[in-house]
Design a protein around this ligand. Sequence first.
Ligand SMILES: [Zn+2]
Length: 462
Amino acid sequence: MRVRANLISRLVTINDVEAAALAAVDEAAIGRLLLDLLAVPSVTGSAAESEAQHVLAGHLERLDLDVDLWSMDLASLRAHPDFPGGEAPRTEAWGLVGCSRATGDGPTLILQGHVDVVPPGDVAQWDGDPFRPRAVGDVVHGRGACDMKAGVVAILAALAAIRAADARLRGQVSVHFVVSEEDGGLGAFGTIQRGHTGDACIITEPTSGALMVANGGALTFRIEVPGQATHGSTRYAGVSAIDAYLPIHAALARLETRRNADADPLMSGWKIPYPLSVGTVRAGDWASSVPDLLVAEGRLGVALGEDPAQARADLEACVAEACASDPWLRSHPAVVTWPGGQFASGRLPAAHPLAALVGDAHADVTRSARPAEQVRLTAVTCACTRERESRRCSTDPVTCGSPTARRSRCGSMRSSRWRGPWSWPPCGRSGDCPYGRCRERRGGTAWIPCSTPKPSNPPGAR
Ligand SMILES: [Zn+2]
């Protein structure tokens, strides 16, 4: 039997095997599994993040996959020259991969999703406990419902349906569930270092149904600008680090203009394809003192195809030139360092068949037109994964929102329901604040944001 229907731009063609797999999709089970997974408060860097990996390992085993669950060697990964950075305190990281048994000589397709979520922030501004998920109609509420536990569940549901339909695959499917996506990409990096690679990769991040075939990168930088302290009443005897920073700030604006002058045509839809943004500036410790230090932190956009090392060199040269032109900074130059996340850009090669394959499958299932191919500019959720899997391991990536993800409500900080500040590092949900930074406890079960939030840029919005 072949099912055909006229669509806006193409004909739906679903063969018998595909129809059987679609018929085997258990929506009620998907909903239950999503709620169960959302109840695990897998804030990046927390013990619950590890718990989520162990819970998911059980699901992969029940799907009769060959499962690799391992504790990553953090010391050796952090010492690796390609370590993507990190922002959350972390004492462990678990990798999890499940592979179908090879039944033919076809390619290996990776389905990848991250299990960690960003902290919930001020829980008083949620309608309910962010880790007590609930479904209201066809909308799921809970931290990580959209980004991206719905995508993780969609992967499991797809494999369960294929298994239930007894479909025989020509190649192999490899499921990668990763930690630490929100704070750097350590999980994907460690998974690849473990040797788990493939021929193509689909990341089920939320994209509102769009097909993301490329994304810019982002590098977190810090600039320390020295001054010379003195009392404010004799400020002329010192040098304000704030004043010293101003020419550097102007030079950074010029650098952004220069780096965007000849952007890849793929980025033409963006007003500024590769933004350079200073997110925090801190200076001084007393109102009546001339500040002797200013620390500015921000993110530098990485162009498609650009080596991150080249982008870093660009910014360092820019700051050095600004210092060389300034009487004070010439002999007291600013210092540039690169803390936090370091994300390369990534893209699917032009004319690669994966985008059309995924787009057509999406259209078949949703009975709509093939989703638009887009480029993601900011919030480079899996840039590290895409870049490394495509560049180092001959794995071609593509990201596509799943129907399941579209049905869930984004529990992201960037959703309309969020108005409060960030809390970082993630606060404990009960007991003593593990970082000694929380001011008080609210309602005995949750903490209000820390009084000294870190880092300057929230994870997932670089
Ligand atoms: Zn994500």
